[in-house]
Design a protein around this ligand. Structure first.
Ligand SMILES: [Zn+2]
Length: 166
């Protein structure tokens, strides 16, 4: 008997964290340059939102694509996914710029790091109204990758400096 790798679903479920504000399941493992998650599937590496669909919804018809209702490429929440044509998928991609902020801003994340020396993570979470696991992920730098991809463009807007403002 050769070593059997752990079930796909089990490996999948430890690679995302749920964002309490948007409900998105954000992929914390590898992302491609478009912000989509990657994962080793049964026989090859595949986009993680496609794996999500197959795990929770079923087969993906050959002529359809798995698209995001939430416009967050790294999201793998099956409730945020739908089957669409290539045309629909392209339209979704082009809408992405107009989306509201769903995560902490870069400035807020900086503040989270400062606060982590002073108060417990659970309190920081309360302060920002987010799940403690999200704070944990931020502090463990699992969010660093989100700060350098296209994902950021639509979802983590930089706050202009307000120096001297009282
Ligand atoms: Zn989502």
């Amino acid at each position: 008997m050769t070593f059997t790798s752990r079930p796909l679903k089990e490996r999948f479920e430890e690679k995302y964290i749920a964002c309490p504000m948007s409900g998105c399941w954000l992929w914390t493992a590898s992302l491609n340059s478009w912000g989509y998650g990657n994962m080793r599937g049964l026989d090859r590496v595949e986009r993680s939102h496609r794996i999500a669909w197959q795990l929770y919804r079923g087969e993906i018809p050959l002529d359809l694509q798995v698209c995001h209702k939430c416009d967050v490429p790294s999201c793998v929440n099956p409730d945020h996914l739908y089957l669409g044509t290539q045309k629909q998928n392209m339209r979704d991609v082009s809408k992405r710029d107009r989306h509201p902020k769903t995560l902490l801003t870069e400035a807020e994340i900086k503040r989270v790091f400062e606060l982590s020396h002073e108060i417990p993570q659970a309190e920081i979470a309360n302060l920002y109204g987010v799940d403690a696991r999200y704070i944990w992920a931020v502090l463990n730098k699992k969010y660093r990758k989100f700060l350098s991809t296209d994902f950021v463009a639509g979802h983590v807007k930089k706050i202009p400096k307000k120096d001297g403002l009282s």
